[in-house]
Design a binder for this molecule. Structure first.
Ligand code: G3I
Length: 471
């Protein structure tokens, strides 16, 4: 029920000219609710501190409110699940699976065969191929079997390709002891245990082009071979640990390059998933507001791939808050979408606004199956918008907003039901264009050109978002 409250004694001096209401969004929309509307997964790791109870309560509150897919930062890796030969430890993984089930979230399993975080006892067998094959097969059968039907997708193999010239990573115990065919076997064994799970090859620096000399180019050749040989690979995970363009002069990764990889994989009927996204700045430099806004645009550009490429469905960020991030180990900082105080950064705004403004392409490819409809239809549109006393549409307030409402008229935004509100205006690409505090019941959106925008009004727990046409 839309209700309106009289402006709190504010004499409305601004002339109400031109009205541009296009549509509005429920104030309680989250990255999760918008992701689900768009049929994609948006997620973040559960940092290792979560498993040890070392995080503030609002971390989990944010996590389960904003995300619909989860992966453990370290707790499902080889060293965590089989710390000694034949002895399996599922406790932390079970804790995460239970959390995910309680909160209706999809679970990613990370990672079955990786050169890193392999317990020492495995390395004892690096010169015994048959034994190493048995070790890997037994690990996969036990771990995947334990979470069968609960873990929806697995990073079966992680980072098996060398960083330099495109070739296999030679210092992997699996490569050294078995050869590159450990990959084929790992996928076949995993699929045999859980045929319903999506099986991914996961790696980093895949956003640097698909020419044969690039890592992604080498990977594409392997995926073509695996697919041709009937290896059950369903997806490629692009970790996407990238650095902000202006601080990393060697930065050669880009959203466009990753999109090219997605399109090549689509030809093979293989998905691409963004699995470990962070967009860091070099440690030690001062990160300005405009740097953070640019970071938000880069986050949005990677999200565009997920929204626009049919074979891309996952946007997973390798952390929630800058305060708990592995990035310092990479001499980077501030790569996530919440700050040290668990407050949303401009990157959060960019992602949210992009999800709110995304219009799925109309499917023009369908064959015309319409039958000729001879009935006359009443084309008059009944305007069901509730209007106020002067004929202005009332922007629906969402449940939980209390009494806060807003009206836009020309360049004047009227806000009622609160004495103080934060007003942020974004362009349709999620870029912030105007920000102010409203304490008079209205704000002049000065300096904003006519056009479509998203305006967000925050007051206490209220968070009202709507698309506006300024004219
Ligand atoms: O558990 C031990 C603890 O007992 C000990 O006291 C402590 C101090 O040494 O170390 C703890 O282990 C650490 C582990 O994280 C759990 O916190 C390891 O030292 C540390 O190296 C490990 O770092 C993880 C890293 O993978 C290992 O390679 C990061 O948290 C994790 O974010 C990172 O994640 C990887 C992905 O799995 C694969 N893609 C790259 C990504 C970033 O490196």
């Amino acid at each position: 029920m839309r209700t309106r409250f009289p402006f709190s004694g504010i004499a409305l001096c601004a002339a109400l000219i031109g009205v541009g209401i296009t549509s509005s969004f429920a104030a309680d929309e989250t990255l999760r609710s918008l992701a689900e509307k768009n049929g994609i997964y948006i997620g973040a790791i559960l940092n290792s501190q979560w498993f040890n109870g070392g995080l503030p309560g609002n971390y989990e509150q944010i996590h389960k409110t904003q995300f619909n897919i989860v992966v453990a930062e370290n707790e499902m890796k080889f060293d965590a699940t089989e710390p000694s030969e034949g002895r399996f430890n599922y406790n932390n993984g079970d804790k995460m699976v239970k959390y995910a089930q309680q909160n209706g979230m999809r679970v990613r399993g990370h990672a079955l065969a990786w050169h890193s975080q392999v317990p020492n006892w495995v390395n004892n067998y690096k010169n015994d191929k048959q034994k190493l094959l048995k070790v890997l097969k037994n690990h996969i059968e036990n771990v995947v079997g334990h979470w069968k039907g609960q873990v929806a997708e697995w990073d079966v193999v992680n980072e098996a390709i060398s960083n330099n010239e495109p070739q296999w990573r030679s210092y992997s115990v699996w490569y050294q002891g078995i050869g590159p065919e450990f990959i084929d076997s790992a996928f076949v064994w995993t699929h045999a245990v859980d045929p319903d799970a999506e099986l991914c090859y996961n790696d980093y620096n895949l956003e640097q082009g698909i020419n044969p000399k690039a890592k992604a180019g080498f990977l594409l050749e392997q995926v073509k071979r695996w697919v041709a040989n009937g290896i059950p690979i369903h997806c490629v995970g692009s970790q996407t640990h990238v650095e902000d363009t202006t601080t990393d002069k060697h930065f050669i990764g880009s959203p466009d390059s990753l999109r090219s990889l997605a399109r090549e994989l689509a030809k093979l009927n293989v998905k691409l998933k963004i699995t470990e996204l962070d967009i860091g700045f070099k440690s030690g430099i001062n990160v300005s507001k405009s740097d953070l806004e640019r970071q938000g645009q880069t986050f949005r550009q990677y999200l565009d791939i997920v929204l626009e490429e049919p074979n891309v469905d996952t946007y997973l960020i390798w952390g929630v808050s800058d305060k708990w991030s592995w990035l310092s180990g990479l001499n980077r900082q501030k790569g996530l979408i919440y700050d040290d105080n668990l407050q949303p950064k401009p990157a959060f705004d960019s992602i949210l606004v992009r999800l709110q403004t995304f219009e799925p392409p109309q499917d023009t490819a369908t064959t015309d199956t319409t039958t000729t409809d001879t009935t006359t239809t009443d084309t008059t549109v009944t305007d069901t918008t509730t209007k106020d006393s002067i004929g202005l549409p009332i922007i629906p307030q969402s449940a939980g907003l209390g009494s806060v409402t807003m009206h836009i008229a020309g360049h004047t935004l009227f806000i009622a039901g609160t004495l103080s509100a934060k007003v942020d205006v974004f362009d349709m690409q999620g870029r912030p264009v105007f920000s102010t505090k409203c304490e008079k019941g209205f704000v002049e959106l000065n300096g904003i050109a006519d056009g479509l925008y998203m305006v967000r009004v925050r007051s206490g727990s209220a968070n009202l978002v709507q698309r506006i046409a300024v004219k």
